[in-house]
Design a protein around this ligand. Sequence first.
Ligand SMILES: [Zn+2]
Length: 171
Amino acid sequence: MATLLETWRSLAYGDGLDDKKKEELWTNYFTIEKGIYEKILSNPTEVVEGTVKELAEKYGTEVLIMTGFLDGINESLKGYENPIDTMAEDTVVKIEIDPEKLYYNMVEAKASWLYELPQWSEILSAETRTELYKKQKASGTVRRQGHKIYPNDPCPCGSGKKYKKCCGRNA
Ligand SMILES: [Zn+2]
């Protein structure tokens, strides 16, 4: 049987959905992801623990979307990783963010709608954020979070503008 991560990845990155359906899936994903980050960043030292199913319920989403979220955040946690390759819905996972790693990884994903969330100003100083931003840009690494966003797609930040006229302007 396919693991949760395999199921999520084949749905989100595979060929099973047409472009329109895939666009809908990602638009929905980005909206939910932003909402979860707003909650996490409002209480950044909280350690959230529970099964994948419980976390999906806590954040008001589905297990597969939660799987995608856990996949995305896995390299931004404090000194550990969740067993995302093998986890099932009753696997206990933990979210305790490492703010500097998370901010850096959001910059790497060019997710300005995430690294510009107002909650960041309470977590990292403007100086630290500028430093991390510059360090990431100097590294030359680009991470594609999820699928490619085309210039005329709606911006995942939820502004309602086209990506090229919004967060994609300097991307
Ligand atoms: Zn935007």
